[in-house]
Write a protein that binds this ligand. Structure first.
Ligand code: ADP
Length: 551
């Protein structure tokens, strides 16, 4: 068979963008996107995306240029997931909870050429752009006005170009979109950190996102035409690739700007929602709603982004939700490991199934291998449910690497594996369970907080001698940042806990600000002078539980 070779017929580049015109052909007159009282069909969504892609490319945006978006989960945000890469550009969605300085840093790092901005975020963007050093090119600005009054400060900026609606109107719906030349061409860029340390921009290619999107449908068993409620921010790792996955199955995307339990329950009822994703904090919202009426139909929830406690899984399922537990990272474009369900487990008591479900599970179908290894030797740990090791992954959904950071990329991509920095055990049945994180990350309400970044802000405070930030368990958020601080001897007045918190508020995005500050004469250290964070984690756990303020 040596003469058999790939031909142009069987090796055209894989890309999830092709799901859109297929959806327009198959599901053309079916709902694609619903938002308040607006409903689009797949045929309309297809044409709108082509129009926007055309308008983007008419601005001189070329292959490989970065186009950024700052927006909540509204129709424009969904459409831009197709329109931007269809113009050939790389889509960079930015976390809307970040502060001015970080947004500015990320826009500069990515050399973004064009920025789509939801009207509620206009001031954030104008302030971010004003922080660019003189003579640095700034992105052109497009205002997503939605249904807001026409006056927006963005319109008076010299960089303002048009509104999103004008981009839709001006573009040609017959635009022939830019198929990638190669399936390894970059398609998306997502930052996982970067407030004070060097930005970590995860780049995925068309092929990786194709694999991730198909993968996102298989183990969760997403059927044709689901009604998908967008409770997971699309800026989180491109909504775990569901913008593409839902197009592949011709589903309905129910969009929403902001949500709480009441909004979620109302939308589930109004649109007969069948599927939704979210971090465990979304499950907490649903179970803490006091006036709850039983669901009329089961709603499938994919939970991930942080460990969901068994008790939360149990409570959520007892309300009529069917929960599937997945584990992934921005670097895997969504689910890499999933608690694939065995029918025989259905015969077990609910508390036992919840315990089994809180384990992260086995490799998702698109992953070639997943293992838990000794980080020093690379040898797999014993399958005894006790021996800890680092989770390593290999497979088609893994990122190309970090933008402009070969050192960072080779640090986690080595010996044929992606090293996740998560600590797990492997059970005898081949299901893994995450126990801890070796990387210094706190996950609060599904948002990653780099403790190093918070520490560097604390260290810049005039009265602070030493600072270490660890996770404090929290009933609602999962974890919140807790700062341990020692003060300089020579200061005139000791700052209070509130003053330190206020100081951090001025310098960090809201969700990264420590909710607790503990003063210590000295932080515990090893003989080599390293702060012993595990001791601080224990202390944070032991702090008397007080309901911490909600963000
Ligand atoms: P995401 O958008 O999924 O939160 P991030 O890249 O922001 O992706 O965060 C990835 C990290 O979140 C993982 O390295 C891990 O520490 C944590 N995480 C994700 N899913 C789970 C899970 N199911 N259980 C425990 N931790 C998880």
């Amino acid at each position: 068979m040596d003469e058999l070779r790939p031909t142009p017929a069987n090796s055209s580049p894989l890309t999830p963008l092709g799901f859109l015109d297929r959806a327009a052909t198959v599901y053309g007159d079916c709902p694609s996107v619903i938002y308040n009282d607006t409903t689009y069909t797949w045929s309309q969504t297809h044409r709108r995306c082509l129009r926007v892609a055309c308008s983007i490319s008419s601005l001189g945006i070329r292959r490989g240029h970065v186009v950024s978006v700052l927006s909540p989960n509204i129709p424009a945000m969904y459409e831009l997931h197709f329109a931007v890469p269809m113009s050939g550009a790389v889509l960079n969605t930015i976390n809307t909870r970040l502060d001015t300085r970080t947004v500015s840093l990320l826009l500069r790092h990515s050399q973004s050429k064009l920025l789509f901005v939801d009207h509620t975020l206009s001031s954030l963007v104008l302030d971010a752009v004003s922080l660019f050093p003189p003579n640095t090119p700034t992105p052109l600005l497009i205002l997503i006005a939605d249904d807001a009054p026409p006056a927006s400060p963005l319109r008076s900026s010299s960089r303002f170009y048009a509104t999103y609606d004008e981009m839709v109107q001006r573009g040609n719906p017959e635009f022939s979109w830019a198929l990638p030349e190669n399936e390894w061409d970059p398609m998306t860029l997502n930052y996982t950190s970067g407030t004070t340390s060097s930005p970590k921009g995860v780049v995925h290619c068309h092929r990786g996102l194709f694999v991730a999107a198909v993968n996102s449908l298989v183990d969760w068993a997403v059927p044709k035409q689901p009604v998908y409620l967008w409770t997971l921010p699309m800026f989180h790792g491109n909504g775990w690739s569901y913008p593409y996955g839902i197009a592949a199955v011709g589903g309905t995307n129910v969009c929403l700007r902001k949500f709480d339990a009441q909004v979620i329950y109302a939308l589930i009822k109004r649109h007969a929602v069948t599927h939704m994703c979210g971090a465990p904090v979304v499950l907490n919202m649903l179970t803490s709603m006091p006036i709850y009426k039983p669901l009329e139909n089961p709603v499938h929830i994919l939970v991930g982004g942080a460990p969901p406690p068994a008790s939360v899984l149990f409570q959520t399922e007892s309300l009529g939700f069917v929960v599937t537990h997945a584990y992934g990272l921005t670097e895997t474009a969504g689910t890499a490991v999933i608690c694939a369900w065995k029918p025989k487990w259905n015969r077990l008591p609910a508390t036992e199934t919840a315990r089994l479900k809180s384990r992260q599970g086995v490799r998702a179908v698109a992953m070639t291998r997943v293992d838990v290894v000794d980080p020093n030797t690379g040898a797999p740990v014993k399958r005894d449910g006790l021996s800890p090791g680092e989770v390593v992954l290999r497979g088609g959904c893994l990122m190309l690497g970090y933008l402009k950071d070969p050192k960072g990329t080779s640090k986690c991509m080595k010996h044929g594996w992606f090293y996740t920095g998560d600590v797990a055990v492997m059970h005898p049945d081949g299901y893994m369970e995450i126990k801890d994180r070796s990387k210094d990350v706190i996950i609060s309400g599904g948002e990653n907080v780099s403790s190093v970044e918070v520490e560097s802000v604390l260290y810049a405070h005039a009265a602070v001698s030493e600072a270490a930030v660890v996770a404090r368990p929290d009933e609602f958020w999962g974890e919140t940042p807790c700062a341990f601080v020692s003060l300089k001897a020579e200061i005139e007045r000791r700052p209070t806990e509130n003053e330190i918190i206020e100081y951090c508020r001025g310098k960090l995005p809201h969700y990264m600000v420590p909710k607790t500050v503990v003063f210590k004469d000295e932080l515990p250290k090893t003989s080599t002078g390293k702060i012993q964070k595990f001791l601080l984690r224990e202390m944070a756990k032991a702090l008397v539980f007080t309901r911490q303020s909600r963000m």
